[in-house]
Design a protein around this ligand. Structure first.
Ligand code: MG
Length: 119
């Protein structure tokens, strides 16, 4: 299985949980991608190391790619390119751009308010 995890407001919301999730997936032979809008690779890598996140690939957005495909569409596009089967993500705008081949598990912070559903 190929899974992907966002950093900000996803991993950062509960690093211990995502550390365990990534270790379990890797130990079971699955592939873990970290996909983020961050621009600084070294900062992201050191933060992931602090959180003890285990992953195969860290994918950062570039301004050119965001301009080419659109901000929210970029992460969905990466999921298509990498054949991501499960994405952990906090932004509904990103989830709305995913293909049906990717299952989205949305991280919701109750401190930000109640989740509402559209018809
Ligand atoms: Mg996020």
């Amino acid at each position: 299985m190929r899974i992907a995890i966002d950093i900000d407001d996803t991993i950062t919301r509960h690093p211990e949980f995502f550390s365990l999730i990534t270790k379990l997936f890797k130990a079971a032979g699955h592939t873990v991608h970290v996909i983020t809008y961050r621009a600084e690779r070294e900062d992201a890598e050191s933060e992931l190391a602090e959180y003890a996140i285990v992953y195969d690939e860290l994918i950062l957005a570039t301004g050119e790619e965001l301009d080419r495909v659109g901000f929210y569409e970029w992460k969905a596009d990466v999921c298509r390119q990498k054949n991501i089967e499960v994405l952990f993500e906090d932004m509904p705008e990103v989830i709305n751009e995913l293909d049906s081949s990717t299952l989205a598990l949305m991280v919701v912070d109750p401190a930000l308010g109640k989740v509402t559903y559209a018809d």
